[in-house]
Unconditional design. Sequence first.
Lengths: 298, 298, 298, 298
Amino acid sequence: MEINGIEIEDTYAEAFPIKIARVLITGATKHWALVAATEATGFGTSVIACPAEAGIEKVVCGSETPDGRPGVYVQICTFGYKGLEEQLMNRLGQCVLTAPTAHMYNGLPDAQKQFDTGFKLKFFGDGQEFELDVGGRKAFGIPMMEGDFITEHSIGAVEGIAGGNFFMLAENKMAALTAAEAAVDAIAEVEGVITPFPGGIVASGSKVGANTYSFMHATSNEKFSPSIKDKVEGSNVPADVNGIYEIVINGLNEKVISEATRAGIEAAIQIPGMKKISAGNFGGTLGPYKFKLHDIMK
Amino acid sequence: MEINGIEIEDTYAEAFPIKIARVLITGATKHWALVAATEATGFGTSVIACPAEAGIEKVVCGSETPDGRPGVYVQICTFGYKGLEEQLMNRLGQCVLTAPTAHMYNGLPDAQKQFDTGFKLKFFGDGQEFELDVGGRKAFGIPMMEGDFITEHSIGAVEGIAGGNFFMLAENKMAALTAAEAAVDAIAEVEGVITPFPGGIVASGSKVGANTYSFMHATSNEKFSPSIKDKVEGSNVPADVNGIYEIVINGLNEKVISEATRAGIEAAIQIPGMKKISAGNFGGTLGPYKFKLHDIMK
Amino acid sequence: MEINGIEIEDTYAEAFPIKIARVLITGATKHWALVAATEATGFGTSVIACPAEAGIEKVVCGSETPDGRPGVYVQICTFGYKGLEEQLMNRLGQCVLTAPTAHMYNGLPDAQKQFDTGFKLKFFGDGQEFELDVGGRKAFGIPMMEGDFITEHSIGAVEGIAGGNFFMLAENKMAALTAAEAAVDAIAEVEGVITPFPGGIVASGSKVGANTYSFMHATSNEKFSPSIKDKVEGSNVPADVNGIYEIVINGLNEKVISEATRAGIEAAIQIPGMKKISAGNFGGTLGPYKFKLHDIMK
Amino acid sequence: MEINGIEIEDTYAEAFPIKIARVLITGATKHWALVAATEATGFGTSVIACPAEAGIEKVVCGSETPDGRPGVYVQICTFGYKGLEEQLMNRLGQCVLTAPTAHMYNGLPDAQKQFDTGFKLKFFGDGQEFELDVGGRKAFGIPMMEGDFITEHSIGAVEGIAGGNFFMLAENKMAALTAAEAAVDAIAEVEGVITPFPGGIVASGSKVGANTYSFMHATSNEKFSPSIKDKVEGSNVPADVNGIYEIVINGLNEKVISEATRAGIEAAIQIPGMKKISAGNFGGTLGPYKFKLHDIMK
């Protein structure tokens, strides 16, 4: 399959279930909402060695938030609900409650699973806290240095999907990277997904296990490494490709990940120097979800 | 003491020792170096419930880095060296190795304490990695999707200081916040320090322990809470103050924290609506370092 | 009238007709589209002494542009069509054609008034230019250093409105400014309008003519100047107000300016320290359009 | 000559005299100083059809400005002093006086040529203005909506140089553009220079006159146009080059332009996909200044 002269490989992204909490962080201005959201979702690329996968989903204006101020939806993801509750307490308590002008609301008020993170944070108020209603939401006010911090009682979570992905193969590194940046911009417009890696982009695709160092659980995917394409038997790097980036997508359900994949690929293939789109899978052994590129792009 | 018509309270910031590792992250452009540095230092405001305190120290141009590319110095801080090594492995392995165009170098090459984080990361190369010299530094190249990731062998660390601080008390929240933003800008010019909270600013000053909820280790400092100043006996909030922000400073030694405190206060007191500068301490029970505002500002 | 505890004065903004051209600038990424748009709309606050009033209207993603790349709508405004054509030639020829990866399309393809700016720019191709169709639009490709610059044949214009406005009066400067920033963020979500002043905000409201210097056509509005409120007879600055900012809004028609005014005021009154909303008029002598705050906010 | 495997062509940039005024714009924060500076220097790429060439030179912190606030140096350039005075009045009066929290100071207080722009702007105060001293500088305060606007009496200017330049030729557009971005970042560290084009970068190198359209004074330089390299006789585009960007540098004297050229080239040649550095001249017919790449890079 070819679009815009770029080959779309007949392959699929393999993805797996993850628990996702969704939080709406508001601020006095869009800038301050983003400051809190950025801190709260940092150190959150991969659960391999980060305490959670986390990212900014979308920015909304005051007409779409309970308190009439601009806001940012973020997602925080872990494999289990126990770890997720801990991450909510720590990330929201340390990075949102402490952030200038930030307040926090439930990003999934209709989900079955609800954590009482706001209720637990209220004890920081040491008896001075109070209950209030914000746009129909049960919330607490905690007097602190800047004034009152507002937090909704609960934060909802669902079982979503992690590891949606696609690869951009290009003539060189900068063309691949610009394609990745354009793809991340486009995916940012899709509701319900995040791209948790730095700037939304992965520079280091990995394989499960290792050929040489048996003590490693994951190592660089040498078959997608351009600098050694001539040394590695069975390399998947075409002769005219010298730079590859991957975008990893987490999201609330299969539909939004498909939409994000499509939006990302459509943006990436506009970039001069792009050669091919591929995706990462483990032969179906890792995850139950398959996102077939040809189905998504047809 | 009064400067620019603003009262500088005769008090001191109380600070304590912490272990600090310093890393230089370079990128193809300043933008991409900052993307990696931001992800690697996120979720890093306070060791109370973050796995580390972390922040961006300064941006440098290519003439000041081993590989001739623009770079960003970051600091990562924990109480012990064991936890610090783990944070280096996880934050650098997950947020710098994975970041587009980012490479990493030792930010304290002359420190006695050195972690072989780069050496350990090289195993991700699964036998395809190679040793090289970058501007006189011993480094490894790891072939991956984008090309070769470069990491210096070691990352140095020292015993530094956490918890330097000062408070900005203002007529309202926005005046206090603009003062804090101006202070953070000014502190960013001081070598050797970070301001680890969101946007460099703390909205929620705390006290040790609790009056009401004995199970809490730290709670909101009600004596510096403007919204309840009329209800709290012994409130430290003046009648004309309705917003307070704190800046917390970590740094390599006492000298740089003093410099940063001075630079921050000098910037903050330029802002219309500012009323007073104070600082936080625990009566000398918590930390061995005292930063007296009157000594610093004289 | 009071909303959120803030007085909305019973007054109106007086506005006048202006000619508005609307251009869609696309780029390889959102960043590069914004770089071109920012340069093309600079030095464009007021036709009093700028060659045009100009600003960024909104950012759109690739699915909404003729070439599938992210884009930015800008408006360029002058009193007459002759001056407008000159501004289009100069601003687009010097700041978009020259900008990295930028292409330009008609932002008002259905308007009656059309300038053949793209046709005229093609002569820069010196005979090497070619005609092409981009998403159903007649366009030209001009070979240059970066590759081919693409410009649509025509740029449309309409008679719109300049000078929609409102004032934010606050306890101090920083509170008023944060309110203005929040208002500009909110107005950015309204289609069809721009806020042409620096950062969207006016620090210097003016009156027509002068009391003292008769050679001046416009001077500072001393009745809205907080620092001299006690010296000026008939000052409109309340006792508790020490900072005022104005937002000026240009737009395609009365409806979008009303919407923008409402969105801006709703955002501004969320900010702590805000005291009052007002608006600027000249007693109906200057312009035929009146935007009554009480009608807009009811 | 080859550096880092990239050919540096044995050629020179040809540059010519221009009048340069230098202004220091301060703000409550770095952000607000940049907002004013960006507006004041927009629509300022080339005097061919912009009213001036203009750009941001550097950001300084409060310890380096007369009023203790962060600031931004900008340069505004025209061929004659008469046009320069008009541009100062219009750009500073419309884009700095009107900008939130911005004040303006003389960026060349020791220059022989001084314009009394600040003195003239004071008449906007309509008799309410006052004289004051700011850090030893004679200044005026003008009461307006936000409070008092401060402007120094005079703005200095010198005869400087416009048109310093170099070209980055790369395998494709994105590699060339990333090289250009890295170069602009590096040049931003050099005191005394600006890169006036959008984002500091020129996408459209031109030649004097035309081959086909004799009514055009400047047209695209077809010999440096990659998309038609196979059609144009005597094309200077190598077979392996498909994207070229130029950086144009204005500056106070030959020394700073040489330094900026060197810093920019050193940064650009770090980028993967870069093939060659060249420069633009007109055979010595246009300007008296020659910047030989081999001299600068040796």
